[in-house]
Design a protein around this ligand. Structure first.
Ligand SMILES: Cc1cc2nc3c(=O)[nH]c(=O)nc-3n(C[C@H](O)[C@H](O)[C@H](O)COP(=O)(O)O)c2cc1C
Length: 305
């Protein structure tokens, strides 16, 4: 069975990857799964300098998913390069470093700093719902097509690495943002980041998250994320990577049928640190049962009713 996926000139061993912020920097999961079975590890988003993140509480469980308001807590690129990258680069799998910045200048500096250890790809996080950006009147860069295009074009000039733009679903028409990222020079798109939401404690009459608002993830968002993948993959020519509530191998198949070239497993890793390897085996069983020899044959093959 051929599970490989190509994004530009890079081959990934399978289409089941792990999503930023739900898998630490990989090493934390080494005792639970075979990391080399992961198609690509996307690191927790890093920024040029350390950030403290939002006030606690930063995570709350909801009936079918979780709300988080971490706010990009991390110790900065230099710390990542020294502490985490040496472990990651030895793994026989693709490493995608996720980066974010407050404005174009910080994004450019992040990319310059990453050049020295050239990861397999860079995911540009334009969509963290838990931070305020300087550059745009909107809260998130990926809520504005112009700023999205500008930032992608600026980082495009700084690197030959594969650039993946990660977009937010918290917009009226994600297709126009997707087209702007493609026009700016993105090689692929990751959709979706979390959906904005709130949790309230009726007894205390208070919001539960320290940041009041957070991002919803997990099974609750899967139907909405499938629709985003379905819509966006029809609009752009570059590969679309599907994310949102993937818990099983069948979920992977559903995203690929809707047009995803690959997927990322997020919240499932937090519920079960062994989730990735199980989901991959289930996906292989699905392909086997359907007599599909090449995983990419599934992409966009949703039949008519
Ligand atoms: C606790 C937590 C932290 C996250 N941190 C990041 C992050 O640092 N960067 C990012 O691009 N996405 C981050 N995300 C979003 C996920 O990568 C993913 O897009 C989202 O959770 C939807 O997928 P899921 O439903 O499978 O979790 C985070 C999600 C969670 C739950």
């Amino acid at each position: 069975m051929d599970l490989t996926v190509k994004i530009n000139d890079r081959t990934f061993k399978n289409p089941v990857w792990v999503a930023s912020g739900t898998f630490g920097y990989g090493e934390e999961f080494k005792d639970f799964i075979d990391l080399e079975k992961v198609g690509a590890i996307i690191t927790k988003t890093i920024t040029l300098n350390a950030r403290e993140g939002n006030p606690p509480p930063r995570i709350v469980e909801t009936p079918s998913g979780m709300l988080n308001s971490i706010g990009l807590e991390n110790k900065g690129i230099e710390h990542f390069a020294k502490k985490y990258y040496p472990f990651l680069e030895k793994l026989d799998t693709r490493i995608i470093v996720s980066v974010a910045g407050r404005d174009k200048d910080e994004f450019e500096k992040c990319i310059e700093a990453l050049e020295e250890f050239s990861p397999d790809a860079i995911e540009i996080n334009l969509s963290c719902p838990n931070v305020v950006h300087r550059q745009t009147k909107h809260k998130l860069i990926a809520q504005d097509p112009e700023t999205t295009g500008e930032i992608i074009a600026a980082v495009r000039k700084k690197t030959k690495s594969i650039l993946i733009a990660k977009l937010t679903p918290n917009v009226t028409d994600i297709s126009e943002i997707a087209l702007a990222a493609e026009a700016g020079g993105a090689n692929a798109l990751s959709v979706v980041n979390t959906y904005l939401g709130m949790a309230v404690d009726a007894e205390e009459m208070k919001p539960i998250l320290g940041n009041i608002v957070g991002g919803l993830s997990g099974p609750a968002i899967k139907p909405m994320a499938l629709k985003v993948v379905y819509d966006v993959s029809k609009k752009v020519k570059i590969p679309v990577i599907g994310i949102g509530g993937i818990m099983t191998g069948r979920d992977v198949a559903e995203f690929m049928l809707c047009g995803a070239a690959a997927v990322q497993v997020g919240t499932a890793n937090l519920a079960d640190p062994a989730a990735h390897n199980r989901i991959l085996s289930e996906f292989e069983e699905y392909l086997d049962r359907k007599g599909i020899k090449k995983a990419t044959d599934l992409v966009g093959k949703l039949k008519k009713l």
